[in-house]
Design a protein. Structure first.
Lengths: 338, 438, 288
C-alpha cells in the first residue's frame, strides 16, 4: 500500500469511528444537525450521479426527494410505520416516477434538460399542493409516526435522537458504498464517457440513452431514500420539500462541494446547512453573507470544496518537489499564450 | 431539579467515556465549531479553557452543581422566537418582533423578576428551516418559552417537537384552524386568531348589511379555503346566496384573468381572502378594471390591513372587513399603543404588531404570576391560561378549551380620515367570538 | 363566453407576454452569444422597479424614472459582466449558476435593507392613470402602455439585430463567438454592451411593471423563472424565439388561469414540456 493510500485509508477509518462515536460526546443539537447533513448528503450524492458523472444538470431533483418523503409519510400514517414495509413501497413509487420523467427528460440536453426537469418537478409540486387528501396541501403532512423496524420478532424503535442518527448513518454508508461501487464500475465509466463525449460512445455501440435513463432512475431512487429518511426525521412533509427552491439548493450543494466526486456534495451539503444556520442566527443580513460567500467561492475554489482540498494537498506536496527551471523557449511560449 | 441532575450525570459519564476513547479533543473541537460559538449571547460568560475537560460544558451546567434549580430560576428567562425576517413575510415578522420589544421595554425588560433574553431565528417561510431552527432553540439555546410563526404550515410542523419538549409556546400569527383544533396541545397557546374567527362573523353581517348575493374569491391554499368555507357556512345560514367561487392560485401577481369572470357572475358584493402582495394586487386591479364601482368588497381584515393599505391607496376605499383589531379602535390601550409604536419605530402599528404586543404581555403576566419560577410547568401553563388584560384589541382572554383567544371581532370600513386611509370601526360582534374548536 | 371576454383575456396575456419579452430578450441573447446562464437577470428587473420608485419619489416624474433607472441598472450590468463574469470565461455553466445565484441573493437582501419588506406600489403617471371602457370591464391605460412599449421595443430590437452592423456582430457572435473575435472585432466590449443592454431592458420592464403588479421582495425569482421558460420555449439565442415564446407563454398562462384555474400552477410547465418534447431546442433554437 502506498503511503498516500494508507493516509486516505486511515483518514476514512478515523472519520468512520468519529461518526459512530459522535453521539457519545456531542450535544443533541449537533447529532441532529449531523443527521440532517447526512440526509442531504445522500440527496446531494444522488444528484451528483447525474450532474457530476453523467453531465446532466437536473433542476427538478426535489421531485424525487419530495415524493419519497410524501409516500413514506402517507404510508407510515395510513399503513405502518415499519420502514421495512414502507420504504420499498415508497421507493417503488419514486422509481416509477423517475422512469417516466427520465424517459422524457433525457431526450433533450443542456439547458433544455435543466428546464424540462424543472417543469416536471413543478408538476409534482402542483400535485402536492392540490392533492390535499394525500399530501395535506399547503398545510403539509403532519404528525407522522416515528419510524421503526420490525422484522419477525425483532423490533427497533427510533424514538430517540441518537437512534435516528444511527439509522440515517447506516443508510448513508450504504448509499455511499453503493454509489461508490457504481461510479467505479463499468457503469460509471460509461456515464463519465457520456459526460465527456456522448457521440463517440454512441459510435462505438453504446446505447447511451439507456444508460442515461438508468442513471436518472438510480439518482431518483437515492433521492427518494433521502426523502423517506427526512420524513422520518422531521415527522413532517411540506410542499417546500418538492418546490424548485429545494432543487436549486441541492444543486448549489453539489456545485459548492465539487461535482464529480461523491464526498464533495456531502461536504457541500454540510457546509450549506451548517453555515446558513450559523449565519442566519447571527445576523438578519444572512442572505448578503451567503451570497458573497457563493461569489467568493467561485473565484477561490474551482471545483468546489473538493477542488480546494486537492489544491491544498497539492500545494503542500509542492514544497517537497524541486521545480526544474523551464527552458527559455518554453517560458516565452507560455508568455505568448497568456 | 431531577432533570438537571440526571443530565449532569449522563453528561459527565459520557464525557468520561469519550476521554478514555481518546476522542475528547475532537469532541471539544466540534463543540467549539458548533453554532454555539456565534449564537445569541449566553447568560453566563463562557469559562476560559484552563482545564478543557471540566469547563467545555455549556454555561448552564458550569455553575456549582449544588444549586442548578436556583440558577435556573434567577437567571435570565430565554424566549425563542421563530418569525419571518427575510423575503415575503419579513414585514410581518418585523412588526411582531418590534411590538414585543416595545412591551418588554415598557416593563423594564424583565418578567417575574428575571431578565428577558430574546433569541430570534428566521422562519424563511419554510418548515424545514423552521424545524432546524427550533432544534437549535430547544437543544442548544435551551429556551424556556417559545413564540412565533407566521406561516400555518410552519406552525403545524413545529407542533410535535414543541409538544414533546413540553415547551410553553405562544403562536403569534399562524391562523390555521387546526393549530387549536386537531393539533392542539396543552403547551401551545395562540394569541392571534383562527381562520374561522376572521371570516365566519362576516357571514351574517354581510347578508344583513351588505348583500345577499355574493361571489367568493380566495387564494387557492389551505388558509384561503378555510376562510372561504367558514364564511359560506354562516353566510348561507343567514339567508345569503353564493353566486360562485373563484380560487386564483397562491401566490399570484395578476388577477386580470379572474376579474371578467367575477364581473360576469353579476354579484352585488364579493367576499375576498388575500394577504400581503396578493392583497395589494387584487385590490388595485379590482379597481383598475372598474369592478370596484358597483361591487362591494367584504373580507377578512388582512385584505386591507395597515401593512398593505398604503400600497393599495384609494383603491381600497369602502372595503368592509372583519378583524380582531382596527387602527381606529377607540380605547385607551389602543391609543397609547399606536402612539408608542409610532414614537419608537416611526411606523404605523398593524394587527401583527398588536399580536406581538399581546404575546409579550401574556408572557410577562404569566411570568409575574409564578414569580418567575418556571420549574413547575403545569403551574406556568395554568398561569398563561388565566391571563386576562385589556389589550389594544379590547379584552384579551384565552378560551380554556382551545387555548385560542375569545375575542370581539370588529367590522371595519376603509375610509379617509384626515387625508389618511384607515380602517374605521363600523360595528362589532355582539359577543366575543370563540373558535368552535372542532 | 363572450367576445369581450376573449378580447380582454387576450390583452391581459399580451401585456404579461411583452413584459416577459423584455426579460427574455436579454436573457436569450446573453445565453446564445456569451453562453452565460444568468440567474441574476430577475434581480435587474427588481432593482429597476425599486430604483424607479425611488426616482419617482425624488423627482415626482415617472418618465424621468423610466429613462434613468434602466441606465443605472445597465451600468451595473456592465460592471457585473466586466468584473465578475468575464474571469469565469470557459468555466462552464455551474460556476455561473453559483455566481449569479450569489448575486441574486445579495441583490434581494440589498433591496430588503434599502426599501424595506413592505409591499410598495408605484402610481402610474397622470397621463396613464385612467382606463378605457371595454365590454363588461374597463381596461387600464397603464396596461395598454405596457403593450405598446413592449411591441415598440421588440420592433426596435428586431431592427437592430437584423439591420445594423452591431446586430450582425451579435448574430455572428451567437453562431460562433470565437470566429467573431478572430475577425479583429473587440468582441469583449460587445459582450459587455450586450449584457448591459440586457440588464437595462430588464430594468425597463421593472419600471413599467411596477404600476401594474406592484413591488415586493421575491418579484425577482418569480419573473426569472417565467423568463427562463420563455427562453427555452423560444430557443436559446434568438430574439424571434424570445418574442414568440413570450407571446405563447403569456397567452397560455393567462388563458390557462382564466379557463382552468384549478390547473393554473401547471399550464406553463405543461406547455414548456410539450414543446421541448416536440422540438428539443425550442421553437427557433439552433439544432444541436
Amino acid at each position: 500500500m502506498s503511503s498516500r493510500r494508507l493516509l486516505s485509508f486511515t483518514l476514512a477509518l478515523a472519520i468512520l469511528i468519529l461518526l459512530i462515536a459522535l453521539p457519545a460526546f456531542a450535544s443533541t443539537f449537533i447529532v441532529k444537525t449531523l443527521t440532517e447533513v447526512l440526509i442531504f448528503g445522500i440527496l446531494a450524492m444522488s444528484l451528483d450521479l447525474l450532474l457530476g458523472y453523467t453531465g446532466l444538470v437536473s433542476f427538478g431533483h426535489a421531485a424525487f426527494f419530495g415524493m419519497g418523503a410524501y409516500a413514506t409519510g402517507y404510508l407510515a400514517k395510513n399503513l405502518s410505520p415499519n420502514i421495512v414495509v414502507v420504504m420499498p413501497l415508497a421507493l417503488l413509487i419514486v422509481a416509477a416516477a423517475a422512469l417516466v420523467i427520465g424517459f422524457f427528460s433525457i431526450r433533450v440536453s443542456g439547458v433544455y434538460f435543466l428546464m424540462l426537469t424543472l417543469a416536471f418537478g413543478q408538476m409534482i409540486y402542483a400535485l402536492a399542493e392540490r392533492w390535499t387528501d394525500v399530501t395535506g396541501g399547503s398545510n403539509g403532512l403532519s404528525s407522522l409516526p416515528r419510524p421503526l423496524i420490525e422484522l419477525g420478532s425483532a423490533r427497533i424503535e427510533f424514538d430517540d435522537v441518537n437512534a435516528r442518527y444511527f439509522l440515517v448513518l447506516a443508510f448513508f454508508l450504504l448509499s455511499y458504498a453503493a454509489l461508490w461501487w457504481m461510479v467505479h464500475a463499468q457503469f460509471g465509466r460509461v456515464l463519465i464517457g457520456i459526460r465527456e463525449n456522448e457521440p463517440r460512445l454512441r459510435a462505438i455501440g453504446y446505447n447511451t440513452s439507456r444508460f442515461k435513463l438508468l442513471a436518472f432512475v438510480i439518482a431518483g431512487v437515492f433521492a427518494g431514500v433521502a426523502g423517506a429518511l427526512y420524513a422520518g426525521f422531521n415527522r413532517f412533509v411540506s410542499t417546500s420539500d418538492v418546490y424548485w427552491t429545494q432543487s436549486g439548493q441541492v444543486l448549489i450543494m453539489v456545485v459548492i462541494g465539487g461535482a464529480g466526486t461523491l464526498l464533495g456534495p456531502v461536504l457541500g451539503a454540510g457546509m450549506i446547512l451548517i453555515l446558513q444556520n450559523i449565519i442566519s442566527s447571527a445576523t438578519e443580513r444572512w442572505q448578503t453573507i451567503m451570497g458573497l460567500l457563493f461569489i467568493g467561492f467561485v473565484f477561490a475554489a474551482r471545483n468546489g470544496v473538493m477542488g480546494l482540498l486537492k489544491q491544498i494537498f497539492q500545494i503542500s506536496n509542492f514544497k517537497f518537489q524541486i521545480v526544474k527551471p523551464k527552458s527559455e523557449s518554453e517560458v516565452s511560449n507560455l508568455k505568448s499564450k497568456i | 431539579m431531577s432533570d438537571q441532575n440526571t443530565l449532569m450525570d449522563r453528561r459527565r459519564f459520557l464525557k468520561g467515556i469519550a476521554t478514555v476513547a481518546g476522542t475528547a479533543a475532537v469532541g471539544a473541537l466540534i463543540e467549539a465549531c458548533a453554532p454555539a460559538a456565534t449564537s445569541a449571547p449566553t447568560t453566563a460568560p463562557a469559562a476560559n479553557t484552563i482545564a478543557p475537560a471540566a469547563t467545555s460544558a455549556p454555561a448552564a451546567t458550569a455553575a456549582p452543581t449544588a444549586a442548578p434549580t436556583v440558577l435556573k430560576q434567577t437567571g435570565n428567562v430565554k424566549i425563542g422566537l421563530i418569525l419571518g425576517y427575510s423575503s415575503v413575510y419579513a414585514a410581518l415578522g418585523e412588526s411582531i418582533t418590534n411590538a414585543m420589544q416595545l412591551y418588554f421595554d415598557s416593563v423594564g425588560g424583565s418578567a417575574g423578576g428575571r431578565k428577558i433574553d430574546l433569541v430570534k431565528e428566521d422562519e424563511e417561510n419554510n418548515p424545514q428551516v423552521a424545524l432546524r431552527k427550533l432544534s437549535k432553540l430547544l437543544d442548544q439555546d435551551k429556551v424556556d418559552i417559545f413564540s412565533g410563526v407566521i406561516s400555518s404550515a410552519v406552525a403545524l410542523a413545529l407542533r410535535d417537537p414543541l409538544h414533546e419538549a413540553k415547551i410553553p409556546s405562544l403562536v403569534s400569527n399562524a391562523g390555521a384552524n387546526d393549530v387549536t383544533r386537531k393539533a392542539k396541545s396543552p403547551y401551545i397557546f395562540r394569541t392571534s386568531f383562527s381562520n374561522w374567527q376572521v371570516s365566519a362573523p362576516m357571514g351574517p353581517y354581510a347578508a344583513d348589511k351588505v348583500s345577499k348575493k355574493i361571489v367568493v374569491v380566495a387564494a387557492d391554499y389551505a388558509a384561503g379555503h378555510e376562510d372561504a368555507n367558514s364564511f359560506m357556512e354562516t353566510f348561507k345560514k343567514a339567508g345569503g346566496t353564493v353566486l360562485g367561487e373563484v380560487y386564483p392560485p397562491f401566490p399570484n401577481t395578476d388577477y386580470s384573468p379572474y376579474l371578467p369572470k367575477i364581473k360576469d357572475l353579476k354579484p352585488e358584493a364579493i367576499f375576498a381572502f388575500f394577504s400581503g402582495s396578493d392583497a395589494v394586487n387584487f385590490i388595485k386591479q379590482f379597481s383598475d378594471f372598474g369592478l370596484a364601482k358597483d361591487i362591494k368588497i367584504t373580507c377578512p381584515g388582512f385584505l386591507v390591513e395597515q401593512d398593505v393599505l398604503p400600497a393599495q391607496g384609494k383603491a381600497a376605499l369602502g372595503a368592509i372587513s372583519v378583524l380582531h383589531w382596527a387602527y381606529g379602535l377607540d380605547n385607551a390601550e389602543n391609543k397609547k399603543f399606536i402612539a408608542d409604536f409610532k414614537a419608537k419605530y416611526n411606523k404605523d402599528a398593524d394587527v401583527f404588531a398588536v399580536q406581538g404586543f399581546d404575546t409579550a404581555r401574556v408572557i410577562v403576566e404569566a411570568m409575574n404570576a409564578v414569580q418567575g419560577d418556571l420549574s413547575n410547568k403545569q403551574k406556568f401553563l395554568d398561569a398563561i391560561k388565566a391571563v386576562k388584560f385589556n389589550s389594544p384589541r379590547g379584552a384579551f382572554v384565552f378560551d380554556p378549551a382551545t387555548q385560542n383567544p375569545i375575542q370581539t371581532m370588529y367590522f371595519r370600513e376603509v375610509r379617509e380620515v384626515d387625508g389618511k386611509l384607515q380602517n374605521v370601526v363600523i360595528g362589532k360582534t355582539d359577543q366575543p367570538v370563540a373558535d368552535p374548536g372542532a | 363566453m363572450s367576445l369581450d371576454f376573449l378580447l380582454i383575456q387576450f390583452l391581459n396575456g399580451l401585456q404579461s407576454a411583452l413584459l416577459l419579452f423584455l426579460l427574455a430578450a436579454g436573457l436569450s441573447i446573453i445565453f446564445g452569444m456569451m453562453d452565460v446562464m444568468n440567474l441574476a437577470h430577475g434581480s435587474f428587473y427588481m432593482l429597476g422597479a425599486y430604483i424607479g420608485l425611488s426616482l419617482v419619489r425624488a423627482f415626482g416624474n415617472f418618465w424621468l424614472a423610466l429613462l434613468i433607472a434602466p441606465l443605472v441598472v445597465g451600468a451595473l450590468g456592465f460592471i457585473v459582466e466586466r468584473v465578475l463574469l468575464r474571469p469565469l470565461k470557459g468555466r462552464g455553466h455551474l460556476d455561473q449558476v453559483l455566481l449569479t445565484f450569489g448575486l441574486a441573493l445579495v441583490a434581494l437582501d440589498f433591496t430588503h435593507a434599502t426599501w424595506g419588506a413592505n409591499i410598495l406600489s408605484l402610481q402610474p403617471p397622470p397621463e396613464l392613470a385612467g382606463s378605457l371602457p371595454l365590454g363588461p370591464v374597463q381596461y387600464p391605460l397603464m396596461r395598454l402602455f405596457v403593450i405598446v412599449m413592449g411591441l415598440l421595443l421588440a420592433a426596435v430590437l428586431g431592427l437592430i439585430v437584423s439591420r445594423t452592423r452591431i446586430g450582425a456582430i451579435v448574430r455572428a457572435g451567437v453562431a460562433d463567438a470565437q470566429m467573431v473575435g478572430g475577425l479583429g472585432i473587440n468582441i469583449s466590449l460587445i459582450f459587455s454592451i450586450v449584457f448591459a443592454v440586457g440588464a437595462a431592458l430588464a430594468a425597463f420592464g421593472g419600471v413599467i411593471a411596477a404600476p401594474v403588479v406592484g413591488l415586493k421582495l421575491g418579484m425577482d425569482a418569480e419573473t426569472l423563472i417565467a423568463a427562463l421558460i420563455v427562453v427555452v420555449v423560444g430557443g436559446l439565442g434568438t430574439l424571434r424565439g424570445a418574442f414568440w415564446g413570450s407571446l405563447l407563454i403569456g397567452e397560455a398562462d393567462n388563458f390557462g388561469r382564466a379557463l382552468l384555474p384549478d390547473y393554473a400552477l401547471l399550464s406553463v410547465y405543461v406547455i414548456m414540456a410539450a414543446i421541448l418534447l416536440l422540438r428539443p431546442t425550442g421553437l427557433f433554437g439552433k439544432k444541436t
